[in-house]
Design a protein around this ligand. Sequence first.
Ligand code: XIL
Length: 467
Amino acid sequence: MIAHSALHRINRAIAHEWHGTRTAPYLLHDGERLPREVPSPRWHSNGALATGGWRRGPRALRPSHRCGPRDESRYCRTVKTWQLGLRRIAKILLYVSAAAFALAILAAAYLFWPRSYARTYVDAPATTDAVAPLASAARFRLGAAVHDTEVDTFAAAAGRDFNSMTPANATKWGNLLVGGKLGKYDFTTADALVELALAKATHLRGHALVWGRYPGAGHPSDLEDVLKAAPDPKQRLEQILREHIDAVLAHFHGRIPQWDVVNEPLHFWKPIWDDNVFYRTLGPEFVATAFRLAHAADPSLELVLNEQLPQYDDEHAEKFFEIVQQLQQSGVPVHGVGLQSHVLMVLPSVASLEAYMHRIAELGLFIEITELDVRLRLFADDPDPYAAQGRYFRDLAAACARQPACRGITLWGISDRFTWIDEEPPFRWMQPNDPLLFDQDNRRKPAYLGIIDALRRAPPTRTGRLP
Ligand code: XIL
């Protein structure tokens, strides 16, 4: 209290001394803190308050020379020139930001405005041929990732439309664990799907042993905390990885012949490692560790490194290629590369994909397109977007069929009604996405016919049995 009233008095003195009678003295109430802008007094060495000047003070209280309209002094001319310049800059900035704002609104309207496109294919006479027998004859895997919404649809489509299957979510690490946490496994859901695929004699892909995204689904939700509490997090993570990989591969031994061992090691948009719990704890070595553990657990398996690349001829794709090359050259048991191929924002040219596959094949690795879906709106400029999408599927399938090391394509879902893209921001607001082979009403789309077309033209060298 004493200190405050002392301050109060000092402050009155300061304010009074500073601006004399022009402004009311600055009042400071008891309990109020001295504002930052209030001048701090200077003290003589003998302890008395100096009256000669202040170190700094509120701008409004500083004495200033006001330039009137007719004041032509050099000082005032300079001030006026500056003021004019600043005003002009402010005006320009205002126009530029207004234009940017308008452009942003237009872009948002273009991207997000709901649209619908004519489904001309519905009335077009279409072949009733089924694609799966053609695929099998061309030693081409045509798979579907099966979500729990499409189990029955897959049961009906297997053998006719697909000869391969990937459990979309059921075999992910976190989803195999009770409550998504380290501890007990529950294989019930995954087993049901795997048994369905086996009953329908389709190939199976396991997805995914190690994935740094989606805690609670892609990996245990408590993994980060468990490692934080561990005296040696590196050693603890290696042990956790070993136990997980051993348990899962033992459980599915003889049933799932191919696994995505590591999913998405890279950042989504930048050519750098994804900063996930595995990378942070073990560094880039986590990938080699996972592959070695998987190979040791079951040497009969085909082991795949799976990644999402937005393009195939940029730095991002280059970074991924370097990783694959390095793993392969250092004798890590990686056998194949999974190119997810979610085509969301830009349409990579099929030629660039083909060239990329060629480079991977030259390393002695096989390729699978593991999660294909292609957003319809990327074809919005075409008079018939569904047909254009069909041509893209055709060309992509043809490129895979031409490349002997390309094993085939898995679609990330069956019908447009249940595509995961409709759930994901921002695409959920940019409908229609319609990225798959069957439409909202489960009818075959031009995309389906496009794949038929490509497989009919598959090089005869492909014929034989599926590997
Ligand atoms: C997606 C599933 O389709 C969704 O149901 C789930 O909510 C999130 O994961 N890359 C992958 C897949 O490797 O596992 C993802 O699957 C899609 C992106």
